[in-house]
Write a protein that binds this ligand. Sequence first.
Ligand code: TRP
Length: 335
Amino acid sequence: MDKKRVLTGITTSGTPHLGNYVGAIRPAVEASLTGDFESFFFLADYHALIKCQDPEMVNQSTLEIAAAWLALGLDPNQVTFYRQSDIPEIPELTWFLTCMTAKGLVNRAHAYKSAVQLNDEQCEDPDFGISMGLFSYPILMAADILMFNAHNIPVGRDQIQHIEMARDIAQRFNHHYGELFVLPTAQVDDDSAVLQGLDGRKMSKSYGNTIPLFLTEKKLKKHINKIKTNLLEPGDPKDPDSSAVFQIWQAFASQDEIDYMRDAFAQGIAWGEAKKKLFELVNSQLNEPRERYFELMARPEEVENILSVGADKARVHSSALIAKLRNAVGLRRLS
Ligand code: TRP
């Protein structure tokens, strides 16, 4: 039997941080190395344009994110690793799907609804600041997924609704034009850590509380020292489970190291000492990837080559499917 296809995209609108690593990159790379799946990982740069209209930033972020995945062990020979905008069949499929998608379905998308609600609260016009890109975001995402007939889509909780929409859209399309798409399933990994940021909230670019993945040692230490703690003194027992320091430790440590730190908290380890140990642990794991990352950042043409090979691999699938789809919807030669 053919292997199940796993597919996920990473929006290229920021600098990768520790939360991206433990929540998405590490589990995806590990799963791809088992050889149990056929993996498709891509840089969602069309999606980036929805949030980010700074061309240099989109370009830089694409390089940073590609270099980060490669530096962290993604093997482009084992997976299909490509850039969304290198696949012209995706925008074409987006249009086919757009014409088969009820507007009412998209009206229900959380991201769009919360933008409308925010306008409402601020007594603005409901459509204020909302582009058609933001509105149609779930359809572009459905095209990403359906283009490669992917079965499992590893995503964060916030994306589950989008996968369900992709499924609905595929179902409607299949019903009308014949069985052309695999129905995808969201795969939410409850074990993969949602990391706390510097302020104790979820680490997220939108909260400005991230620790970037690839910093110089000095800067990494500085960021770790900024993690919010409380006023407990050295010697005072501390609660590990409410501490971002402990939680980040847990995401990087072995079971023995976790037990050790839990004990140290009970014994009243000083915050400064706990942070120093956290820095040493995280740094020891990022040392090697950091070197590879900076090498790749200095040679963008190498990353470009890898992506272009990935695009060729991806297009073997996408061009075959788009030919079938064009035929199915009636975009055919006249003779
Ligand atoms: N929207 C996703 C996010 O912001 C990124 C993404 C784009 C994606 N296309 C996708 C994820 C297809 C999974 C499948 O996280």
